[in-house]
Design a protein around this ligand. Structure first.
Ligand SMILES: C[S@@+](CC[C@H](N)C(=O)[O-])C[C@H]1O[C@@H](n2cnc3c(N)ncnc32)[C@H](O)[C@@H]1O
Length: 384
């Protein structure tokens, strides 16, 4: 901005005034333009930009799930106190309630920042996260070889991202079960919106004691969910019970791999970090999975760590998300300060970020995989 001063003293005052006025106008225009852009950007960020992948949740709608908003902070503190009293987690009967609390706290943040499928998948060059996720889900139903119209179980269904992809891909009817009431309402709303509510049903319940008849499903799958069971045999035996003879079950399990060394303090820290940030009562080793499946009566058809090369890293999405995390974290802080997001949301968001670091380390060192695939068959004739 330039202010011209003329040599004619009579004109000086007037010229200065005119130009000062012009300068003020320029400043005002600049401020207005910047404010307009900022306000537009903020509006886009908060109201338009939903979840990273599929718009499902906007930042202004972050909640503590079924927890009353005044109690979110307390519930978060209570969640952490579980880990200060490890004996509590060891008591199997406490685990489903503890997992339920965790999903009340994180479900909205997951949907907003990750999408409607709460699991990992190997990165596929040239494909988006959404496409890679879908392919990983479709592989599960392809493995259990079911036909259109048949009924299959999704044990630990989240808000139903996998269920919808699988129903659309296979033509099957999917019944999902989750311990978290809030996820049931989210999943039902998404199913309806996707026009898949006739094919997809969701039930609130414990997969350790499922409210389903014996031999009532033609197939079953679980994606990154059975890791929440304090004893794997309890959930596997329930799935075995509800499957028809000859039916297949596939699971993507979170496990430590053959590279994990329980004597190495760094390995132990990474695995404990994953357990604390993901409500896990204790990660199992990959070698336990088939043993448990056989113990409850399954025949093991196939077992494979889907994270192993030539698969591309599943954790690259977490690493790439660091900038998005900081951007989202600032927004969560603003929303919590303004009283829009419940108090405690910042803590939950921060916990998830720290966990993402442990997961990345687990992936990079190869000591952990979230996709140890096991395919099992319930024999035609069950042995007594
Ligand atoms: C990491 S999420 C995965 C959700 C879903 N499979 C997906 O990939 O989007 C784990 C799911 O397991 C469910 N879950 C954990 N423990 C459970 C239990 N005891 N009974 C039923 N569901 C349970 C949680 O409620 C959550 O929906």
């Amino acid at each position: 901005m330039v202010i011209y001063v003329h040599s004619n003293p009579h004109h000086n005052h007037l010229t200065l005034d005119t130009h000062t006025h012009g300068a003020a106008m320029d400043t005002l225009t600049l401020i207005c333009t910047i404010s307009f852009i900022l306000a537009g950007g903020l509006y886009w960020f908060v109201f338009i930009l939903g979840s990273a992948e599929q718009k499902g949740k906007h930042a202004v709608k972050l909640s503590g799930g079924s927890i009353e908003r005044e109690k979110v902070q307390d519930k978060y503190n209570q969640y952490w106190s579980f880990f200060r009293r490890p004996k509590e987690i060891e008591k199997s009967e406490n685990v489903p309630a503890f997992v339920d609390t965790f999903y009340n706290l994180v479900t909205d943040i997951y949907e907003w920042g990750w999408g409607q499928s709460f699991h990992f998948s190997p990165a596929i060059p040239g494909k988006s996260n959404l496409e890679s996720t879908k392919l990983h889900e479709q592989m599960a139903v392809d493995l259990i070889g079911v036909k259109p119209g048949q009924k299959i179980l999704d044990a630990g269904c989240g808000v139903g991202g996998p269920m919808r992809a699988i129903a659309a891909h296979s033509g099957c009817n999917v019944v999902g079960i989750t311990i978290n009431e809030y996820q049931v309402s989210r999943a039902k709303a998404h199913n309806k919106k996707a026009g898949l509510d006739a094919q997809c049903d969701v039930v609130c319940g414990n997969f350790l004691e499922m409210p389903f008849e014996d031999e009532s499903f033609d197939g079953a799958y679980s994606i990154e969910a059975t890791c929440h069971a304090p004893k794997l045999e309890d959930v596997y035996s329930e799935i075995f019970r509800v499957l028809k003879p000859g039916a297949l079950y596939v699971s993507y399990e979170w496990v430590t791999t053959e590279l994990y060394n329980g004597e190495d303090p760094e390995h132990v820290e990474v695995i404990h970090g994953i357990e604390r940030g993901d409500a896990l009562p204790g990660l199992r080793n990959y070698s336990d999975i088939a043993e448990v499946a056989k113990k409850v009566g399954f025949e093991v058809v196939k077992e494979k760590d889907l994270a192993k090369p030539p698969s591309h890293p599943w954790w690259s999405r977490l690493k790439m998300g660091r900038i998005a995390y900081w951007r989202n974290h600032i927004l969560v802080m603003v929303l919590e300060t303004l009283g829009i997001a419940p108090k405690g949301t910042v803590d939950v968001h921060e916990m998830l970020f720290k966990t993402a670091d442990y997961l990345t380390k687990g992936g990079e060192t190869g000591i952990f995989t979230p996709m140890h695939m096991i395919l099992c068959r319930k024999p035609e004739k069950v042995q007594d």
